[in-house]
Design a protein around this ligand. Structure first.
Ligand code: AMP
Ligand code: MN
Ligand code: MN
Length: 316
């Protein structure tokens, strides 16, 4: 069980540390990377020894985030001592890959916004109402009186923009927009960020063309899903946005993408307009938010699909 910290206590814990390791979750998105790199930039400016770990491949479209060159992939078998390990935008310890084995930390701090957070860390700052950890970061910086330069603000705006779907999703609150406005005051160019996030590789669009024919409906059209079979799977393509296609179809409550990342490992992404898909994800050891959640099922894609749909039908 975690001790829940205030923003002040979170800031004080960071300022008290010298050697700090920050880490993102696997399958990194703009929120985990933007939040991590913005905080890393500030801590470096304070003269801290900062290491940034991400135990996964990073999509090219996120390469524009300021400070991306700081990100290192942890090497199995190595050890790194730290005063504090800060886990950002991850709701459980298994979401950080081998960072958990490599870093020998004295204190463990988790900054998160997932309703499914399992309170794995000794210290936790959790705000499930925040659209993104990027929003929490702006709260933290403002509570502590820490200044944000244009690059830091660009990191946090990218984080917020990613998780609230450019201010279109239900998690967008008046506060989300106010914090984003504060970031614009710091010089952020929103068009640069959205244009950068929108860039797709040819491979990605070609894969989308092959995946769209798999579109299938269930439950009188209330469920729609896409399937990326193992022969189509391409680690270099960015499939993050694919689930938005079934999501946008009229009458669809739950949109799903099943991706066979290995013959017996299936990644599941869910988006919903009514049903609480985080509960379905947690049932399979994953997590997320009410309207956006995911999990990994250790079974071939067809089998994983049957298991997940059976659980989802119970929720409908
Ligand atoms: P995605 O479908 O990958 O965009 O993820 C949607 C939301 O669910 C994000 O907030 C993720 O952090 C979360 N999520 C996805 N997969 C998992 C997982 N295996 N475990 C916990 N949370 C997850
Ligand atoms: Mn995330
Ligand atoms: Mn997030």
């Amino acid at each position: 069980m975690s001790k829940e910290l205030s923003l002040q206590e979170t800031g004080a814990l960071l300022l008290a540390a010298e050697k700090i390791v920050l880490c993102t979750h696997v399958s990194p998105d703009g929120d985990t990377l933007g939040s991590t790199l913005g905080l890393a930039r500030f801590l470096l400016q304070q003269g801290k020894q900062v290491t940034v770990f991400c135990d996964d491949k990073i999509n090219d479209s996120l390469g524009f985030i300021p400070g991306m060159e700081l990100v290192q992939r942890p090497v199995a078998g190595t050890k790194l001592a730290a005063d504090v390990l800060v886990v950002i935008d991850a709701s459980s310890f298994d979401r950080i890959g081998i960072v958990a084995d490599v870093v020998e930390y004295k204190e463990l701090l988790n900054i998160d916004h997932h309703i499914s957070n399992d309170r794995f860390a000794e210290y936790l700052y959790l705000d499930p109402k925040a659209a993104a950890v990027g929003e929490v970061m702006v709260d933290l910086f403002q509570a502590m009186g820490w200044s944000m330069d244009k690059e830091t603000a660009t990191c946090f705006f990218t984080a917020i923009n990613t998780d609230c779907g450019s201010f279109r999703f239900a998690n967008t609150t008046p506060k989300t927009m106010r914090k984003a406005a504060d970031l614009l005051e710091c010089g952020v160019e929103p068009n640069f960020i959205s244009e950068s996030l929108e860039v797709r590789s040819r491979k990605t669009v070609e894969l989308l063309g092959k995946v769209l024919p798999s579109l299938t409906f269930e439950a009188e059209g209330r469920i729609a899903y896409l399937t990326i079979t193992n022969d189509l799977y391409d680690a270099d393509a960015n499939t993050d946005s694919f689930v938005s296609y079934p999501r946008s179809i009229e009458g669809v409550d739950v949109a799903i993408m099943f991706k066979a990342v290995e013959p017996a490992v299936t990644r599941v992404s869910m988006r919903s307009s009514k049903v609480d898909v985080s509960q379905v994800a947690v049932h399979f050891g994953g997590g997320g938010h009410i309207r956006a959640a995911g999990c990994t099922i250790y079974a071939p894609v067809e089998e994983a699909r049957e298991q997940l749909l059976a659980e989802l039908r119970k929720q409908l």
